[in-house]
Ligand binder design. Structure first.
Ligand code: MG
Length: 450
């Protein structure tokens, strides 16, 4: 059977991989999966193709007997929030997150406000590929309602927090959906907000959407020249956050994740969830405050599922997708911005000082070409060999590729790419030489097995 869903929903080039016909059938497949009843909330980002996919997905849902509650343009976390708050059966978000403007995608949400798990997605996929789509009779076709949940959502994420002073914040929304929320929420908290790229524009003329240092140069320089306390950036659908310190440096994502993780702990034994590719600095910061780190597969859905399963207090990926379960189980960029400010406020110090206290461990990344059909066999052989070839291994994790931890806290992750014909190697060491050596050894081993 084919696959529709990747690590973050359905994603593809508009009118090539992701077509109106596909969106229509996927809408009907979801309605069929929901037994042809109840309401589904539908949100979209400002891409040029989002109206088109919203119409098609909604038509599919209506023809399958579901009602559609249109949220309009909203950040992705709002789709999760609305599905739960409005008592819908499910939610759908039309977005391609940080991908270029010629892409779009569809991501589903459960009525618990959590993104669909691979198992839930597989049920929709099975209906789609086995052509078990069930339209309803003319008198049971669903209805459409437009719903505005943004005010309620902003109350929820800003409501629990107050700041002791008025921070000066530069915010770069990348012309994405975050512009509808984050500036307002921060102003409500008393911040002086200077926005960049905060007009919605489906061509995303301001910058590339992934909030990486090379895409945030303008933000960095504005933070510095305006003498701001902090800078924030979202990806296109604002489920992610990046921060810039008062000196204009983009915060290293693992270090920021480590600081925020430790800050969320309330009592000894509290659990933080992160993915197999996050730095060991997260374990160090959380461990120092008596907390425990649980690792999951890469992807925000795995983090959300891990939080739910373990009753964790917080979970996040180094990509900047952070989940605060006291509010909801969606990775939430606006909420993350609020939580970073709260952290600064409680600490009463500059972000640069706080970041400088956290060690940064060098990471080396390599990849080996490997055809998709050979990946499983190579990984199987690799698992049998690794413990013999590497010494000083304290822990082997096989939930997503293979992750070996060593006595000194260094680690190596060998993981087949989900989308490309590669096996990727990530090694983190206490120094560059150590990381380089481990990565080289793993690639050598992979080559001998492939
Ligand atoms: Mg995103």
């Amino acid at each position: 059977m084919g696959k529709l869903f990747g690590t973050s929903g359905i994603r593809g080039m508009v009118n090539r991989d992701l077509t109106p016909e596909l969106a229509l059938d996927v809408g009907l497949a979801l309605a069929t999966c929901l037994k042809n009843r109840g309401a589904v909330v539908v949100g979209k980002d400002p891409r040029t193709s989002s109206d088109m996919f919203e119409s098609c997905l909604a038509s599919g849902l209506l023809s399958g007997g579901c009602d559609v509650k249109k949220l309009g343009i909203v950040p992705t976390p709002v789709a999760g929030f609305a599905a739960r708050r409005l008592g819908a059966r499910a939610g759908a978000m039309i977005t391609a997150s940080h991908n270029p403007p010629e892409y779009n995608g569809i991501k589903f949400w459960g009525n618990d406000g959590m993104a669909y798990t691979p198992e839930q997605e597989a049920r929709v996929e099975a209906i789609y590929f086995k052509k078990k789509l069930k339209p309803v009779a003319w008198d049971r076709i669903g209805g459409v309602e437009e719903v505005d949940v943004l005010a309620e959502y902003m109350d929820e994420i800003a409501g629990s927090i107050s700041l002791s002073r008025n921070y000066k914040v530069v915010l770069d929304c990348g012309n994405g959906a975050g512009a509808l929320v984050t500036p307002h929420v921060l102003r409500r908290l008393g911040c002086k907000v200077i926005t960049l790229n905060s007009q919605l524009d489906g061509f995303f003329p301001g910058r590339r959407l992934e909030p990486t240092p090379e895409n945030l140069r303008e933000l960095s320089s504005v933070v510095k020249s305006l003498d701001a306390d902090i800078g924030f950036a979202h990806d296109g659908d604002a489920d992610r956050i990046a921060a810039v310190d008062e000196n204009g440096r983009v915060a290293q994502p693992d270090k920021l994740l480590a600081l925020i993780s430790a800050h969320q702990l309330r009592r000894r034994g509290d659990i933080v969830v992160t993915t197999v590719d996050a730095s060991s600095v997260v374990d160090e910061c959380v461990g120092a405050k008596g907390g425990k780190v649980v690792r999951t597969r890469v992807g925000d859905v795995s983090v959300a599922a891990g939080i739910k399963e373990r009753g964790a207090i917080f979970g996040g990926e180094p990509s900047g997708a952070w989940i605060f379960p006291s509010v909801h189980l969606a990775p939430d960029g606006p909420l993350a911005a609020v939580k970073i400010l709260e952290f600064l406020d409680v600490a009463g110090r500059r972000l640069s000082e706080l970041l400088d206290e956290v060690p940064e461990y060098p990471t080396v990344r390599k990849k080996m070409a490997c055809p998709n059909e050979k990946k499983a066999a190579v990984m199987k052989k690799l698992r049998a060999r690794l413990k013999r070839d590497f010494t000083g291994v304290t822990r082997v994790l096989t939930i997503d590729g293979v992750r070996l931890s060593f006595e000194d806290g260094s680690w190596i992750l060998i993981r087949p790419s989900g989308t490309e014909p590669y096996i990727r190697v990530t090694a983190e060491g206490k120094n560059k030489e150590d990381a380089g050596e481990k990565a080289k050894k793993a690639v050598g081993l992979l080559k001998s097995l492939g």
